[in-house]
Design a protein around this ligand. Structure first.
Ligand code: CP
Length: 303
């Protein structure tokens, strides 16, 4: 089973994954050594052509906590044979010869991870491909929403920041369609608006959405605010966009006490650190959930 897009998941699969995540988290926090035999002897390869802190290291620690070995390369764009012109298909075919149990790939080009998956039976996990998708991030995002609200339905979810280049908001928008009655508000500047393919996806699944550039109006009665940084690395050469959207204490005052604020991280300056101590700020808990969700995901795939 490859994990390539958020649109491959059903409500039932998500609920099973989150139940398993709860169980693994609870076992781990009771006695983390209990899980060490779970996948002893199995091998995970991580191949990252783009920088990462959370995704790569949470997959690596998730695997290590379940007894797996992790084989990796630093900066695959520079230090794998991609630098000599090898295609991702050939790389995947070669890695398959080493009998890994799963391969996690992040790539700077949209669709490259799917190209690797097309030529191998080894489970390939998309850890982010260009402006495309980041399905495992959206899994931990949905888990974090459930962890806080104890539901996934009937939520007003504000997606803000760089919606044009940010793959995490794209994947989360897709997962939100698996549950009934969610309403999405896109809160950003015109240059960074969500792309039409995602709006069409929402239309096709009957999920309502609106574009609301005013932060105060967007935040009113929100259950979840999902904020993202300007992806400067994806702007065409010579293009500069002023990052004017920021969450500060004043912005937090527009939100209900029951709302949560999420961010896939890394943060630059679009959420001020003065917000970090607000109990509604969940982004560090969200990152922590990433490891447990990825343990559950690996467990599911490897079974
Ligand atoms: N959220 C996320 O994908 O972070 P990294 O780029 O650090 O993996």
């Amino acid at each position: 089973m490859h994990i390539l897009s958020a649109d491959q998941f059903t409500k039932k699969q998500l609920e099973e994954l989150f139940t398993l995540t709860d169980s693994i988290k609870s076992q781990f926090l009771t006695d983390k050594n209990k899980l060490l035999k779970k996948h002893e002897g199995k091998v995970l390869i991580t191949l990252f052509y783009e920088p990462s802190t959370r995704t790569r290291l949470s997959f690596a620690t998730a695997a290590a906590h379940m007894g797996m070995s992790v084989i990796s390369t630093e900066n695959a764009r520079e230090f794998s044979s991609a630098a000599k012109g090898e295609t991702i298909e050939d790389t995947a075919r070669v890695l398959e010869q080493y009998y890994p149990d799963a391969i996690v790939i992040r790539h700077h080009e949209t669709g490259e991870v799917a190209r690797a998956a097309a030529v191998t039976k080894v489970p390939i996990i998309n850890a982010g491909d260009g402006k495309g998708e980041h399905p495992t991030q959206s899994l931990l995002d949905m888990y974090t929403i459930w962890d806080s609200h104890k539901k996934h339905s009937g939520l007003k979810v504000v997606l803000g920041g760089d919606l044009l280049h940010g793959r995490t908001a794209r994947s989360l928008a897709k997962l939100l369609t698996c549950f009934d009655g969610n309403h999405i508000v896109f809160n950003t500047i015109p240059e960074l608006q969500m792309a039409d393919d995602i709006k069409e996806y929402l239309d096709g699944r009957g999920v309502t959405y609106e574009e609301e550039p005013d932060m105060k109006r967007a935040f009113q009665n929100a259950d979840v605010v999902y904020w993202t940084r300007l992806q400067k690395e994806r702007l065409p050469a010579g293009v500069h966009i002023d990052q004017t959207y920021k969450i500060d204490k004043k912005a937090m005052s527009y939100l209900p006490e029951t709302a949560i604020v999420m961010h896939p991280l890394p943060r630059v300056d679009e959420i001020l650190t003065e917000v970090d101590d607000d109990p509604r700020a969940k982004y560090f808990d969200q990152a922590g959930n990433g490891m447990f969700v990825r343990m559950a995901l690996l467990d599911t795939i490897l079974k």
